[in-house]
Design a protein around this ligand. Structure first.
Ligand SMILES: Nc1nc2c(c(=O)[nH]1)N[C@H]1C(S)=C(S)[C@@H](COP(=O)(O)O)O[C@H]1N2
Ligand SMILES: [Mo]
Length: 197
C-alpha cells in the first residue's frame, strides 16, 4: 500500500467555476491608483434609504462582533484562488446597527479612489459577506484593499470592493463602475455572468 504517500495534490473541480483557472498566488487587480488610507482615517458612511444616515469610525467598526471567513475568490479575468482566509465584520452584524427604509432594494458600494459596485439587498445581506480588515492573519495589505474591503464570495471578485468608504442604499439598483462598463449587473461565477448582453 502506498497510502497517502504518493497522493497527488488533488484539485476539487467542484469548487472551480466554469472557465476559471486556479492560482496559488494572490494577484492584485485594481483599476487606477491604489489609495492610501490609514485605519484611523477610515469612515464608513451609511446613506440613502436608511432611517438615520450614519458614519462609523474605525473604532466603532472594531467594536462590532468580529468573524473569520474562509472563501474561494473568483476574478472574472479567469483566475480563482481557493481558501482565502479573511477576518472582519459580517455584513449582517454591521446591518444590525442600521435601520433600512422598507423601500430599500439595493446598495451601491463606494470606495476611496472612486470605484463603485452594485449589489441587490438579497446578495448583500448574506451571512458570509464580510467587511474584511485582515487577510491570512495579517492586516489587510493596502493593494488588497486595506484597511477595509468588502468580500462577497458568491459573486465575481469585482463585487468585493476594496477601500470601502460608503454604503448607499437605493430603492432600485444603480450600476457601479464595471457594471456601467459592460460587466454583468450580478456576476454569478457558476452561471458565468461575466458581461451584460
Ligand atoms: N476599489 C476597488 N475595488 C476593487 C477593484 C478596484 O479596481 N477598485 N477591483 C476588483 C476586481 S476586478 C477584483 S478581481 C478584486 C481583486 O482583489 P485583489 O486585488 O485583492 O486580488 O478586487 C475588486 N475590487
Ligand atoms: Mo476582477
Amino acid at each position: 500500500m502506498f497510502g497517502n504517500f504518493f497522493k497527488p495534490k488533488s484539485v476539487d473541480t467542484e469548487r472551480v467555476p466554469p472557465g476559471q483557472v486556479l492560482t496559488e498566488k494572490f494577484p492584485v487587480l485594481t483599476y487606477g491608483p491604489t489609495p492610501t488610507v490609514r485605519p484611523e482615517e477610515v469612515r464608513l458612511e451609511i446613506s440613502g434609504q436608511v432611517e438615520e444616515p450614519q458614519t462609523l469610525s474605525w473604532a466603532e467598526l472594531m467594536s462590532l462582533p468580529q468573524s473569520d471567513l474562509t472563501a474561494d475568490f473568483h476574478c472574472v479575468t479567469r483566475w480563482s484562488k481557493l481558501d482565502v482566509k479573511w477576518s472582519g465584520i459580517r455584513v449582517p452584524d454591521l446591518m444590525r446597527q442600521v435601520r433600512l427604509k422598507p423601500q430599500a432594494r439595493a446598495v451601491l458600494v463606494h470606495c476611496y479612489g472612486g470605484y463603485t459596485t452594485n449589489l441587490t439587498l438579497d446578495d448583500f445581506l448574506l451571512e458570509q459577506n464580510l467587511l474584511a480588515h485582515t487577510l491570512f492573519g495579517q492586516p489587510l495589505p493596502r493593494e488588497h484593499g486595506g484597511p477595509l474591503r468588502l468580500v462577497v464570495p458568491h459573486l465575481y471578485a469585482w463585487k468585493s470592493a476594496k477601500w470601502v468608504r460608503g454604503l448607499q442604499f437605493l430603492d432600485r439598483e444603480e450600476l457601479g463602475f464595471w457594471e456601467v462598463n459592460g460587466y454583468h449587473r450580478r456576476g454569478d461565477p457558476w452561471k458565468e455572468e461575466r458581461f451584460s448582453d
